[in-house]
Ligand binder design. Structure first.
Ligand code: NAD
Length: 339
């Protein structure tokens, strides 16, 4: 039988995960839940997704002419597993409800790590999530860092320490009230940023410090990373490892003329990728530089879509229906990842 999946919180991440569920041969979408009758609720109905809302909001949706299929409890009751993509911190407040109905749930990176039994990044720790009831898919930035670090650590050399600077996008494209629009802001002002701590919820015991600034862009984050390895390292070995790894693409700027996040997005639009999503980590090949046991690199992270494949894999791990390699293969093929 196919796994019945419900989406609680149909926003930036939730709508993408809902579309991804529709493409999985081993899953079916029960429906999506929202609290406000905005345009995202309209498009959910347009796509034929069943809409569930909190009981007290029913009349608001009816007044807006939106047909609803029941309340959030009805949706949870029908599902085997809930993907909680509600705003930061709201997911934790739903956990008692998932527990009451004895349902598994996948939370997002905006929740504290202790909401779940395990924090998750498919390339790093799929097996630790097998059979778990509560899994937290780490944030977009942490997913980008972890895919890169686990690849280097497993295929090139053990990592001694990591220093990473995150240039964060100011807002998602749909968010009209966030900024800055003309400044680069250390955020948080103090070092380290929370990202390093978040990485440690998945790979334990590495020396990592992160700092972050927020920049006036909506397209992607950009990371500047410096890794010190246990052994001396050759650039070719790093290239081979990264080329060999799923969910990571190398962009050769001198050959292709793609030298910025804007041009990465333009290529994705030209290729007709849905919503111009880029679920792969996009590494600027020319930035990869090695010196003795140090490695430097820069890469882009498309915040709106990078965690979508991870959410799909987290479902298979929680339900224990596929091995890591099987799940990653099905997810990548159905979502049209480059590899
Ligand atoms: P969003 O604001 O775009 O979407 C949240 C959705 O939840 C909205 O549709 C809203 O109507 C709905 N909602 C609000 N309160 C609700 C409630 N009480 N019950 C049910 N639904 C409710 O948010 P988002 O950007 O998709 O973020 C969701 C989670 O994903 C957060 O934990 C965030 O940290 C994480 N995340 C976001 C990004 C990103 O860049 N947008 C990337 C990775 C992870």
């Amino acid at each position: 039988a196919r796994v019945k999946v419900a989406i609680n919180g149909y926003g930036t991440i939730g709508k993408r995960v809902a579309d991804a569920i529709k493409l999985q041969p081993d899953m079916e979408l029960v429906g999506v839940a929202k609290t406000s009758p905005n345009y995202e609720a309209f498009t959910a109905i347009k796509k034929g997704y069943k809409l569930f809302v909190p009981k007290e909001n029913t009349s608001k949706f009816e007044k807006a002419g939106l047909q609803i299929s029941g309340n959030i409890e009805d949706m949870i009751n029908e599902a085997d597993i809930i993907i909680d993509t509600t705003p930061n911190g709201v997911g934790a407040s739903y956990k008692p409800l998932y527990q009451k109905f004895e349902k598994k749930a996948i939370f997002q990176g905006g929740e504290k790590a202790d909401v779940a039994e395990v924090s998750f990044s498919a390339l790093c720790n799929y097996d630790e999530a097998l059979n778990k009831n509560y899994i937290r898919v780490v944030s977009c930035n942490t997913t980008g860092i972890l895919r890169t670090l686990c690849t280097i650590n497993n295929k090139v050399s053990k990592i001694e320490k990591v220093r990473v600077t995150i240039v964060r996008r100011a807002s998602d494209p749909k968010e009209v009230k966030k900024g800055p629009i003309n400044s680069i802001v250390p955020d948080p002002a103090s070092v380290p940023s929370h990202h390093a701590k978040d990485v440690l919820t998945v790979i334990k015991g590495i020396d990592i410090v992160s700092m972050a600034v927020v920049a006036p862009t909506t397209l992607m984050h950009l990371h500047l990373m410096n890794i010190t390895l246990k052994n001396n390292v050759k650039r070719e070995d790093v290239l081979t490892a990264l080329k060999d790894t799923e969910r990571i693409v190398l962009i050769n700027s001198s050959r292709t003329g793609i030298g910025s996040t804007a041009e990465i997005v333009e290529v994705s639009r030209d290729l007709g990728r849905y919503r111009y999503d880029i679920p792969e980590v996009a590494i600027f090949e020319d930035s990869i530089y090695t010196q003795n046991n140090e490695l430097f690199l820069m890469y882009g992270v498309h915040q709106e879509s990078i965690v979508v494949p991870e959410n799909i894999d987290a479902i298979r791990a929680a339900m224990n229906i596929s091995s890591k390699d099987e799940s990653i293969k099905i997810t990548n093929e159905t979502l049209g990842l480059m590899k």
